[in-house]
Design a protein around this ligand. Structure first.
Ligand SMILES: [Zn+2]
Ligand SMILES: [Zn+2]
Length: 213
């Protein structure tokens, strides 16, 4: 286990005293997606890679499809010290589970997303929307993972591209019954009328006979 340096000590404290900024983040170093960058030692160019398997945080995904909480997420991470902080890049792979938007069948799929985020040093004056910020020497991978996963997921997942969905009348799964029909699809009061029209139409069509001449 790498040692953990609390975020508000040493040079950070001096910085905080000078700028009056507060030390609000306070990441939990025990959280599996909180990564310690201590080894990089603020030497631009120093780099390290690591592979980790972490339990998926809750609500990693969207309403209709997502990574089940607690299931394994495989992360390959490359941490690189740069002038203004630590550049984290890599990929994450996980299983996603959802429901077909057309036939409601369960969907299981593998999802692979790439990750990239610059974490600036705590004293950086980068705007909050420009980069994430290191908390002492800790970085939080969870928001970056969450954004990448949500962006990669379909808003209307389907079990297969040509899923025919459900019968609008009885809810039968049309993929399982390709010839599914309903005899009584027309109001019985109109059934006789429609059969009359159909039977009379062909021989009596005036345009058809004109074409033959
Ligand atoms: Zn489907
Ligand atoms: Zn039906």
């Amino acid at each position: 286990m790498a040692e953990w340096l609390p975020s508000c000590e040493g040079s950070d404290l001096l910085f905080l005293a000078e700028t009056g900024k507060s030390c609000a983040m306070r990441l939990d170093p025990r959280s599996p997606l909180v990564i310690n960058t201590h080894e990089l030692g603020r030497r631009p160019g120093s780099m390290r890679t690591q592979k980790l398997t972490v339990p998926a945080p809750t609500e990693l995904g969207i309403e209709v499809i997502g990574v089940p909480a607690g299931s394994s997420v495989e992360v390959e991470l490359r941490l690189e010290a740069v002038m203004e902080g630590v550049l984290a890049s890599g990929s994450a792979g996980a299983m996603v589970v959802g429901e077909c938007a057309r036939c409601l069948e369960r969907i299981e799929d593998d999802l692979e997303v790439s990750l990239q985020e610059l974490y600036v040093y705590p004293e950086s004056d980068a705007e909050e929307d420009e980069a994430s910020r290191l908390d002492g020497e800790l970085l939080d991978l969870e928001p970056v993972l969450r954004d990448a996963v949500v962006l990669a997921l379909p808003f209307r997942p389907v079990c297969r591209p040509d899923c025919p969905g459900l019968c609008a009348q009885c809810g039968a799964r049309l993929a399982e019954e390709p010839h599914h029909t309903h005899e009584e699809s027309i109001d019985p009061r109109w059934a006789t009328l429609s059969s009359l029209t159909l039977n009379d139409a062909e021989p009596a069509d005036p345009s058809a006979s004109r074409d033959e001449e």
